[in-house]
Design a protein around this ligand. Structure first.
Ligand code: ZN
Length: 480
């Protein structure tokens, strides 16, 4: 064999190998070893038998149900059919099946312990995506990004099977004017820059936009126009604009329930943020006040969605240090910082407790009247909101504060999917939909807190071991 022949043969082999691997990826998603470690059920045929289903539609809980999963689809749901022979059985007795959570105010970052009084956040590119999936989230929208390029990479690596995490809708960096002292936030100088920013990040792959505390009405106008032109939606955590102004200008979504509303502030100055006046206004507005009722009606009329993020507002009274159980996920340094802040504040702020509950009662009224209510966690604040744990906790809070369990699940599943216009594929346990499902060890109708006992999270028909994912990043949030 001469040397030329040998090289040619080697090349031919390489070509064949490349062809084989290309056709393989076309038929089946492949996962890196690091991801495979958390897969309990590779794509296949599964039958979840005798399970209680909360299907995400808001309809009644159904017991003794059987669900067939074939590859990435739910192919059968019911109680009156013969189970085909070639399905692997998962015993669902005493367990609950819900759709994968679809939550809309998520971040790939987390609050840092303060340095000399400076508030800031740190990117958690490695722990947070896995924690979200562990906590039952199969689809999320970030609610603002501090490292958008990292978030876009995370999304791509998850889709390519190189990282464990949910399907992601990546949001732009916060669009804001000068005013807040947060080192990770950029600022625009004029409305023209808002338009440039929207188009720059849309070109990069961002699919949602977020405006922040200090923007002007003109900024929002431009943002909505440019984002809508590209087929994308705009959400906002407001202060300088009232909810009514933003809703009338066509914003799609308002963040943080009514907690960021400056509609109740006295002597509100146009395009100006006065957080103290806004908070006082909120505290003073009556539970059944005429301003809140008129605002609720206007938001419903305009079809503006509202995201509740109750976990990040949990008061310091009668609650876990990190509600939802996420304390164990933190590094020792972060645990210490969060604990110290908690100890300083515990049992000292009855106003926050009252406002926390009033906000949720207003949101329930909004929802009951037909308002478009979605949910998210916002893992920031004082560090008491940790990805994954917080998503489970959000369902608990909604039930604790008076939402029927079926509605709490719907808000965290179907409604999120509707907002993302993916409700044709995900968001409910229904035949023909993608198998994004969470199997919980316990009957949620007995106690909503059993939601913390997730066993398997199916994403596109692939089952992931929830506890193993939680376990793998314990003590690591803050560093990674
Ligand atoms: Zn946020």
């Amino acid at each position: 064999m001469n040397i030329v022949n040998f090289v040619m043969k080697k090349r031919f082999c390489l070509v064949v190998l490349v062809l084989v691997s290309v056709s393989w990826t076309a038929y089946s998603q492949s996962f890196d070893e690091k991801v495979q470690e958390y897969i309990s059920h590779p794509k296949g045929k599964y039958c979840i038998k005798d399970v209680t289903i909360i299907d995400g539609t808001g309809g009644p809980v159904k017991s003794n149900q059987t669900v067939l999963i074939e590859n990435d689809k739910i192919v059968r749901v019911g109680s009156d059919f013969v189970i085909p022979e070639d399905y692997q059985i998962l015993n669902g007795k005493g367990k609950t099946l819900i759709p994968g959570l679809v939550m809309l105010h998520e971040h790939m970052f987390y609050t840092r312990p303060q340095f000399e009084g400076w508030f800031d956040v740190a990117q958690m590119s490695f722990t947070f995506p896995r924690l979200y999936l562990a906590g039952g989230v199969t689809t999320l929208r970030t609610g603002g990004s501090v490292q958008p390029q990292a978030d876009l990479n995370i999304k791509r690596w998850i889709d390519e099977g190189r990282m464990t995490g949910p399907k992601m809708d990546v949001t732009s960096p916060h669009i804001d004017r000068e005013g807040l002292s947060i080192a990770s936030l950029g600022v625009v100088k004029n409305s023209k820059q808002v338009g440039e920013m929207v188009n720059y990040w849309a070109d990069k792959g961002v699919t949602s936009f977020k405006v922040y505390n200090m923007i002007t009405r003109e900024d929002l106008k431009v943002c909505v126009r440019e984002a809508h032109n590209r087929g994308f939606k705009v959400t906002g955590h407001l202060c300088s604009l009232t909810y009514r102004e933003a809703s009338d200008l066509g914003i799609d979504n308002l963040e943080h329930g009514f907690m960021a509303s400056s509609d109740f502030a006295k002597n509100k100055m146009t395009d100006q943020c006065d957080p103290f006046a806004a908070r006082t206004g909120l505290l003073e507005e009556d539970l059944k006040g005429s301003t809140i009722n008129a605002l609720i009606d206007r938001l419903i009329e305009n079809g503006t969605a509202v995201t509740t993020t109750p976990n990040v507002f949990e008061p310091y009274t009668g609650r876990e240090v990190v509600p939802g159980g996420g304390f164990i996920a933190l590094t020792p340094d972060y645990q210490q910082a969060v604990q110290e802040r908690y100890d300083k504040r515990v049992n000292k702020d009855s106003a926050s407790t009252a406002l926390f509950q009033k906000n949720l009662q207003w949101l329930k009224r909004f929802y009951d009247k037909g308002g478009f209510l979605v949910a998210g966690t916002d893992p920031t604040g004082a560090g008491r909101t940790v990805a994954g744990y917080a998503n489970q906790r959000t369902v608990e809070i909604l039930v604790e504060e008076g939402f029927p369990l079926e509605d709490a699940i719907k808000i965290c599943t179907l409604n999120g999917a509707k907002f993302l216009e993916r409700d044709g594929e995900v968001g409910t346990v229904e035949e023909g939909k993608i198998a994004d499902l969470v199997l919980i060890d316990g009957n949620l109708t007995d106690d909503v807190h059993l939601i913390r006992k997730m066993e398997f999270v199916f994403k596109d028909g692939v089952g992931f071991d929830s506890q193993k994912m939680f376990e793998s990043v314990k003590g690591k949030v803050g560093l990674y």
